[in-house]
Ligand binder design. Structure first.
Ligand SMILES: [Zn+2]
Length: 354
């Protein structure tokens, strides 16, 4: 199957309801009673705010057959939000998440990082690890990820294939490391020359799999390069506080996770917000609303809404966003789309979006 077959199979779609995205670094924008029209290539062709034409009128203007257009509605308390962009993920380290032992950073590399990464030349093992990593990040609303794989060409190519198949927009890099002082003998490229040749093989593979880099693109990911260390520390700094040392606000964190990330990976014209011409990389967020009839016996009115966050209905939208950011998790991510394609749907979420 060619990438265009994978990518262009979707129907035209209309998304209706509340949309939230960043207006600027400092401020989110809330668009209620809005309709967003997404074509068969996953591109937003129209953003229609309340008070203008009806959906039926607009469909006619677009020349779209209303019967064949899929409709998705955000119900009360739900909203559409741009997909999250993670600019630095070690996919090969996914099984080690949470494991540190009683080690220092260098010991940790020796004891946990290098052995695991090296073992992923076993493609069955790589498939298990990478599939789980892509599935988990998609379920959390990560529509774009910049991935480090391992030094192994075949396993790195497999990660790219899985991203394409599962529909996650990704940058995939073979880890290049040849410095004998820092890398163990069993896990490093033979020379800088060999390193460059192996990396070229993964670039070729991705070029063949997705010639237009519609979903997956190759990147060069050296380990231990000074530039990488600087980049990592900058990301960490960005995550912890703003440039002038103040704590990040809710709006700023969500900006960095969407438009900021898009700028970081050079895709600010395609993703990160809801404008005409951008791709539909988005998630539907829902939080449980505590019913008015819910008493102290702990009875729940709506068992189907599995959520760690409870809304009471009196929160304004800024407060809802804060509750989602600080208390939410993958249970609140009901559906996820990349370039118009539905790539994740939480069990039981269909009922609420029909
Ligand atoms: Zn890293």
């Amino acid at each position: 199957m060619s990438p265009s077959q994978v990518l262009d199979g979707a129907n035209r779609q209309v998304f209706l309801g509340t949309f939230v995205h960043s207006k600027s670094r400092a401020e989110l924008e809330y668009m209620h009673d809005t309709a967003i029209y997404v074509d068969e290539h996953g591109v937003i062709v129209k953003v229609q705010t309340s008070g203008s034409d009806t959906v039926e009128e607009t469909l006619e203007d677009l020349g779209w057959d209303a019967a064949s257009v899929d409709r998705h509605v955000s119900t009360d308390g739900q909203f559409f939000f741009p997909g999250l962009i993670d600019t630095h993920v070690h996919a090969s380290q996914y099984p080690n998440v949470g494991i540190f032992g009683k080690t220092t950073l260098l010991d940790w590399l020796e004891k946990y990082t290098f052995p695991l990464e090296s073992s992923l030349k076993d493609l069955n093992k790589a498939r298990r690890v990478y599939s789980a990593c892509v599935r988990r990040t998609l379920a959390h609303g990560t529509t774009t990820a910049a991935y480090y794989a391992t030094t192994d060409v075949a396993a790195t190519n497999l990660l790219a294939d899985l991203c394409l198949k599962m529909g996650q927009r990704a940058f995939v890099g073979r880890v290049s490391m040849d410095n004998p002082d820092l890398c163990p003998d069993y896990y490093r490229d033979e020379s800088a020359q060999a390193s460059a040749e192996l990396t070229e093989q993964t670039i070729q593979h991705i070029q063949n799999a997705d010639p237009g880099y519609e979903i997956v693109s190759p990147i060069v990911t050296p380990r231990f390069a000074p530039s990488q260390a600087a980049l990592v520390s900058r990301h960490v700094a960005m995550g912890e506080e703003g440039g002038d040392g103040h704590k990040l606000t809710v709006d700023e964190v969500l900006y960095l996770a969407t438009r900021g990330g898009a700028i970081c990976v050079g895709l600010e014209d395609k993703i990160g917000g809801f404008e005409e011409g951008k791709h539909w990389d988005a998630q539907l967020i829902g939080m449980r609303t505590v019913g008015s009839g819910e008493g102290e016996d702990g009875e729940r009115e709506d068992e189907s809404e599995d959520s760690n966050v409870d809304l009471f209905g009196w929160e304004d939208w800024e407060e809802r966003m804060a509750k989602w950011l600080y208390g939410g998790d993958d249970r609140n991510t009901k559906k996820v789309w990349v370039k118009g394609r539905l790539v994740h749907s939480r069990r039981g979420s269909d009922r609420q979006t029909k």
